[in-house]
Ligand binder design. Sequence first.
Ligand SMILES: C[S@@+](CC[C@H](N)C(=O)[O-])C[C@H]1O[C@@H](n2cnc3c(N)ncnc32)[C@H](O)[C@@H]1O
Length: 364
Amino acid sequence: MRHPLHSICPYFAMFPEDFVARQIFAYTRRGDTIFDPFSGRGTTVFESLLHGRPAAGVDINPVAACISGAKANTPVLPSVDRRLRHLEGLQRKAGPLATPAGDFFSACFHPQTLQQLLFLRARLDWEHARVDRFIAAVVLGCLHGESHKSRNCLSNRMPRTISTKPDYSVRWWTEKGYTAPERDVFAVVRRMARYRLRHPPAPLRGAVRRRDARGAAAGFPGLRRSVSLMVTSPPYLDTTHYAEDQWLRSWFLGGPERPTSRTDGDDRHTNLGAYWRFLTEAWAGCAGLLREDAVIVVRIGGARIAKDDLLAGLRRSLAAGLAGFEIRTLHAGSTTAIRNRQTNVFRPGTTRQRYEHDFAFRLQ
Ligand SMILES: C[S@@+](CC[C@H](N)C(=O)[O-])C[C@H]1O[C@@H](n2cnc3c(N)ncnc32)[C@H](O)[C@@H]1O
């Protein structure tokens, strides 16, 4: 049965846990270490831990790092309840916090809900404290969604997968006459924490750090030459912009009050040459972690790049990034159609069918 922590918070371009489980059973034994340099919502790390494999990962996006990190190192429910009681007491006594400028936040959240969110945003030390990270991840999963259908969504109506842009959202809510629901954040988080922690935890604890894949090995000196399997899915060429798509969740973790599109081209990759250079550097950043016979499984797609070109580019980038290893192709690609996504409704031009491919390589 699916562990309820898997779906703590949706994330764009996530792969299903049974895909990860198949790779774990095909290429590892209990006790072998597994790594994901593009952790996303943490499926590789969490599924590995559930199957008794030590696991770790990195992701550059704070939302991904928070969700993955919460799954990798989960607290027990009494600690979560205790921390929530403490925070709730403090929030009741605290004076009102300044609300962000503009009309988005007051249209998105009921005033009371917004005050609780602002308080938690200021107080939760999600990067360093396990219980706070778990609470933050639960809030991220409830922060926005179809609140007319679920009492566990804190916002005015929005998709749960991505945050829509502020001006668009306000215009849409105004036109339709939709208003923000009154929600008690502490009650919602308490309820959802109980629900997410209702199954036994993974038998092992792992770690996911907020870090660039290009420096992954430096973040885990204890894992040097110990990783048997990487199961990963890098950002796809020309597909999405993670920082922008998750802007409201990023705001809750301390980010800016408006979406920002980064200009260094490092998140949404649009230039083919730069894309392969990036992946070469990412594999190089993981090289120090890998055992000499490690297997690397990559799920990859892209709007305008054919399967053969993806395989050739992957082989080249792996050979260049993992100099000193020979790369043998184990699996030259099973292909799946990317399912129609909720976000397509909000993105003209994304309804065209797209595919992603799975490739496996062994170092020797
Ligand atoms: C396709 S998603 C991974 C999804 C993941 N397999 C899952 O199931 O959720 C790609 C991830 O790469 C991350 N990313 C992009 N550039 C990165 C970098 N330089 N270092 C580490 N992570 C990066 C993005 O933030 C995103 O979470």
